[in-house]
Ligand binder design. Structure first.
Ligand code: FES
Ligand SMILES: [Fe+2]
Length: 422
């Protein structure tokens, strides 16, 4: 059961004995061999968010995703029956990657009536059926029914499209997302279709960037020059206390007060924020009214600013009090590199001023994210030196404990099953 209130006594972390309070090893972030184990135990086994339904507006809309952690590429498409389907992006003739534009390693999207392989022209319907074989009579007993595209499990939750590369898995997406996911249902994600997206190659293990976004301990220091001094002091000098943390199975969240939307004193913010009424926390004026579902601002605090949900393994969903949301994805490309994606979603602007408010929030976010990203390679390189191997984490870093503990549990459980079945 998630906890939604500050425990009467002790720290948050002590209420989750499975997380312990001892120092933590970061061997899981610096070992090529461990990364190979994570690939099999985590990225080939769990539900991975690959996009939103708005990316597939009509029959034949598709996008591809390169999932390097699983050494594969998939294509996600809206089929003729309006259902979202996913397939391995691979021709059944001789294995050519089926959907790509100029460069096979680059993701692509568009709309089509069918998929045609660039190599020998085999064609597949939007449902994945093989419909045409060039010079079919030259093959030997070829039954086209046997050569449809290899399907990938795909389910949607609140408009988020997830795939699961484990064909034998039985846990539904909704069940996997648990009480935290269910507690978010009803939030109007589908109304927030104005999208601003950043993507970056980062020279660190994927978990290190999640660490950087899953605690506020660094905020008054790393972002010192961004925040006004009064906010910094509240965070550091008086001791930061979250409104709530919740942990449910592999997933967790932190609910935080804060933000300057609008600030009590306009002198607290930069001139452009004063003019546009916007900043990191987004436009100060809300353009829609939202009845918050139970998992959002669970403490129902008036000072609420932002909730950060961490859905294992690599998807974060941030709900901001001025009625917009943000997603983070961390796609490993090796044990010490990953692709980071940060995507902001707003209700479409009704006029130029609202558009500028959103643009200001998006560039302010980028500034913070660059600061967050700035320490990662420095941390990765020193962790790899193994000069020190155990690290103390404080109570604000509880979601980091959760992430690393959960990862190790997945690897151990997977290897137990493999050992007992082989
Ligand atoms: S590999 Fe696709 S048609 Fe030959
Ligand atoms: Fe940060």
């Amino acid at each position: 059961m998630p906890h939604f209130a500050k425990p009467a006594e002790g720290s948050w972390t002590e209420h989750y004995p499975q997380l312990s309070t001892g120092p933590v090893s970061y061997e899981d972030s610096i070992s090529p061999e461990y990364y190979e184990r994570e690939r099999k135990a985590i990225f080939a086994k769990t539900w991975l968010n690959v996009g939103r339904v708005e990316q597939l507006p009509r029959v034949g809309s598709y996008f591809t995703r390169e999932i390097e952690a699983a050494h594969t590429s998939i294509v996600v498409v809206r089929a003729a029956d309006q259902q979202v389907r996913a397939f391995y992006n691979m021709c059944r003739h001789r294995g050519n990657k089926l959907v790509w534009q100029d460069y096979p390693g680059e993701e692509s999207n568009g709309t089509c009536r069918q998929f045609t392989c660039k190599y020998h022209g085999w064609r597949y319907s939007l449902e994945g059926d093989l419909t045409f074989v060039q010079q079919e009579s030259e093959f030997f007993d070829l039954d086209k029914d046997d050569y449809g595209l290899a399907p990938v499990r795909v389910e949607t939750w609140e408009g988020f499209i997830f795939v699961n590369l484990d064909a034998s898995g039985t846990t539904s997406l909704r069940e996997y997302l648990g009480e935290l996911g269910q507690g978010l249902e009803g939030y109007p994600f589908g109304e927030m279709t104005q999208v601003y997206k950043y993507r970056a190659d980062v020279g660190s293990n994927w978990k290190l960037f999640i660490d950087a976004f899953a605690e506020f301990y660094h905020a008054p220091i790393l972002h010192a020059h961004q925040a006004v001094s009064e906010e910094s002091q509240k965070l550091a000098g008086y001791g930061y206390e979250a409104l709530a943390y919740a942990i449910d199975g592999p997933h967790g969240m932190v609910s935080s007060w804060g933000g300057m939307s609008p600030p009590k004193d306009l002198n607290m913010v930069k001139p452009i924020e004063r003019v546009l009424h916007s900043g990191l926390f987004g436009p100060w004026e809300r353009t829609i009214d939202i009845d918050l579902p139970p998992a959002v601002n669970p403490a129902r605090s008036k000072a609420w600013g932002i909730d950060s949900f961490l859905f294992f393994p690599n998807f974060m969903l941030l709900v901001w009090s001025p009625n917009w949301y943000l997603t983070y994805h961390y796609w490993p490309t090796s044990y010490n590199t990953h692709i980071f994606e940060g995507t902001l979603y707003f209700v479409p602007p009704r006029n130029a001023r609202e558009r500028l408010q959103q643009e200001l929030a998006a560039v302010t976010f980028k500034e913070y994210a660059l600061q967050d990203g700035n320490t990662l390679e420095a941390t990765q390189s020193m962790l790899e030196s193994r000069a020190v191997t155990q690290f103390p984490l404080n109570d604000q870093e509880i979601l980091l404990r959760l992430l690393h503990t959960t990862g190790r549990e997945y690897v151990a459980q997977y290897e137990d099953v493999v050992a007992t079945t082989s």
